[in-house]
Design a protein around this ligand. Structure first.
Ligand code: ZN
Length: 255
């Protein structure tokens, strides 16, 4: 069973198209949320994600962009983008976003869990080994899963630990920042893993390329991927939509 793991597309159809064009063969698609918000093509992205018929958990931007929440805790740029997105989404796409499942969601196959933020809270950011360690009780309660896919931080990689041992950071190692690259991690028996496939539409790990992962449950193995895409086109769309300029400029620097 091979699952394509996608997260934080953020209404960037140019990045999503590049990912789907280069995605290895897979049996399922797991989407970790933040499908809408920030980017200029929310309907094109939602249409494409709906057509994948995969497992989807909602993100914080999906809740605000669909009007489920007001976004009172959003910064001004995120809020401006969410309000613009609300005016653009078709009623069908808005309703689809509103009804997305809150994580954790357990796909039928693959012995893994999908969340947007963390096992403890859908809006929690997992940025450090300390925060990863705090997930252990929830991880142990969610047996047999020893593998959680999360998003929200827009940083590809994650954390791993054996039993009660200290957690370690996992970061894919790449050689250049301009071509498509992959980095494989074999999952070892007895280890717990919190894995972030990275953000497709707005990476924040200083790498502008769209990020995703492929999980092979039989190996078992996670392969991280980065693919270049037409950033200038995505930036032009953001500019034309009248969205805040920073939402375009940040894409090229990946932060
Ligand atoms: Zn996000």
């Amino acid at each position: 069973m091979r699952a394509l793991v996608l997260s934080d597309i953020h209404a960037n159809i140019d990045a999503l198209d590049a990912v789907m064009a280069s995605a290895p063969p897979h049996d399922a698609v797991w989407n970790l949320g933040d499908i809408a918000g920030y980017g200029a093509t929310p309907n094109a992205v939602v249409d494409q994600v709906r057509a994948m018929h995969g497992v989807v958990v909602r993100g914080n931007h999906d809740r605000v962009c669909s009007g489920l929440e007001s976004g009172g805790n959003f910064n001004p740029i995120a809020l401006a983008a969410a309000r613009w997105t609300q005016t653009q989404l078709t009623p069908e796409n808005q309703l689809w976003l509103r009804e997305l499942a809150k994580g954790p969601v357990s796909p039928k196959e693959g012995r893994a869990l999908c969340v947007h933020g963390s096992l403890r809270h859908e809006d929690e950011y997992l940025l450090s080994t300390q925060e990863a360690a705090q997930q252990l009780p929830a991880l142990e309660n969610s047996s047999p899963a020893r593998l959680v896919f999360f998003g929200h931080t827009h940083i590809q990689g994650g954390f791993f630990a054996e039993g009660n041992q200290p957690w370690k950071t996992l970061r894919p190692q790449y050689h250049d920042h301009d071509t498509a690259e992959a980095f494989a991690v074999d999952l070892r028996e007895g280890e717990n893993y919190l894995i972030n496939p990275g953000s497709i539409g707005q990476p924040r790990d200083h790498d502008w390329r769209a990020a995703f992962a492929l999980y092979d449950a039989d190996a078992p193995r996670v392969v991280f991927h980065r693919v270049p895409y037409d950033v200038r086109l995505a930036q032009m769309r953001i500019q034309r939509a009248g969205l805040p300029e920073k939402l375009g400029s940040r894409l090229r620097v990946g932060r």
